[in-house]
Design a protein around this ligand. Structure first.
Ligand SMILES: NC(=O)c1ccc[n+]([C@@H]2O[C@H](COP(=O)([O-])OP(=O)(O)OC[C@H]3O[C@@H](n4cnc5c(N)ncnc54)[C@H](O)[C@@H]3O)[C@@H](O)[C@H]2O)c1
Ligand SMILES: OC[C@@H](O)C(O)[C@H](O)CO
Length: 300
């Protein structure tokens, strides 16, 4: 805290905006039901319409690219896919350009751990798209190392990418949203590993980084709601993606299916409906919460 009383007051005002505002005082949080005169079909479409521009981190990954297509299908105007290896997304981007002519789709090479890279990617995204209204954080890494063998470097890397990287991107984007004075939606990707320990694979670093995302979600929702920024997370169960393929995972995959009431892994497409809900007008009163999309795995 600064010594000077004036600076302290300014800081306090900035850090603690009025939390309880009436609807009239805080138009950013006011619901916007469908306009009078809409047909039933128009009302249904309006509910899950996605407006504005989005940044998706980990944007070359399987779940992110599936999310990108869904947001575009629901009306997203512009999209910036951020990834440490953005070239991996190029074939999908070519096909998205064909499917959604006229929409602006760009990529940025961003390491989400790098605060200044995040700030400059927000600026260049805004320069091209004009605004940022949605942030979906998918960038993440997983490792299967026994805790007794874990090196500090691996532990830190997992937490840096999964937790700190999510925070830095949210902070960079929220600063832009506050500057715009428009409502926004931030969606983190937690995991069922945030709720229960993975089995049989040893993933203490991954699990704890994802559990921290649940707390980050609530903390930022509490701080940023008065700016009209909603913050939520999704907790996917085991999805059929590259992350869950590879040597040694056959036994694990069998075990995951046996322990799932639906007896199967999820398809990336099955995460997109819940994501669209969190980013649309229909999800406007969902804030500071986590939604498990896991076929019921966490139910028993
Ligand atoms: N696949 C699943 O079953 C599953 C389940 C629960 C949660 N998740 C979470 O969903 C997210 C996406 O998973 P996925 O299966 O699509 O994985 P993925 O490996 O296909 O995608 C992750 C992406 O993050 C990028 N990335 C890694 N480090 C980065 C960094 N420092 N900066 C920027 N980008 C970086 C990678 O290049 C990759 O494109 C992850 O956060 C993961 O933990 C996945
Ligand atoms: O809990 C499921 C996921 O978070 C993840 O896909 C898995 O732990 C990777 O092995």
């Amino acid at each position: 805290m600064p010594d000077n009383a004036e600076d302290r007051a300014a800081l306090t005002n900035r850090q603690l905006p009025e939390m309880v505002l009436s609807r009239e005082e805080n138009p950013l949080t006011v619901p916007r039901p469908p306009p009078e005169g809409f047909t039933n079909t128009q009302r249904a479409q309006y509910r899950f319409q996605v407006k504005g521009n989005a940044i998706i981190t980990g944007g070359a990954g399987t779940l992110a690219l599936s999310a990108a297509q869904a947001l575009l299908e629901h009306g997203l105007s512009g999209l910036s896919l951020w990834d440490i290896n953005p070239d991996q997304a190029l074939p999908t981007i070519t096909s998205l350009h064909k499917k959604f002519p006229g929409r602006r789709i760009m990529t940025e090479a961003v390491d989400v751990r790098d605060e200044s890279a995040v700030a400059s990617a927000v600026a260049s995204t805004v320069k091209v798209l004009g605004s940022v209204d949605i942030l979906c954080c998918f960038a993440g890494v997983v490792g299967c190392t026994h805790a007794l063998d874990m090196k500090a470097n691996e532990w830190r890397r997992t937490h840096d990418i999964n937790l700190t990287g999510s925070f830095l991107c949210a902070q960079g984007v929220a600063r832009q949203m506050v500057k715009q004075g428009t409502p926004g939606s931030i969606v983190f990707t937690a995991s069922i590993s945030a709720h229960a320990t993975n089995y049989p694979q040893p993933q203490a670093a991954y699990n704890s980084s994802k559990t921290a995302i649940l707390s980050l979600t609530k903390s930022l929702a509490a701080e940023w709601s008065s700016y009209g920024i909603r913050v939520n997370s999704l907790s996917p169960g085991y999805m059929d993606t590259i992350l869950n393929e590879g040597e040694g995972l056959e036994r694990a995959r069998r075990s995951w299916n046996e322990r799932n009431p639906m007896g199967r892994m999820g398809d990336p497409w099955e995460l997109t409906g819940p994501l669209v809900l969190l980013c649309s007008e229909g999800g406007k009163y969902i804030n500071g919460t986590d939604l498990c999309v896991d076929g019921g795995a966490m139910a028993f």
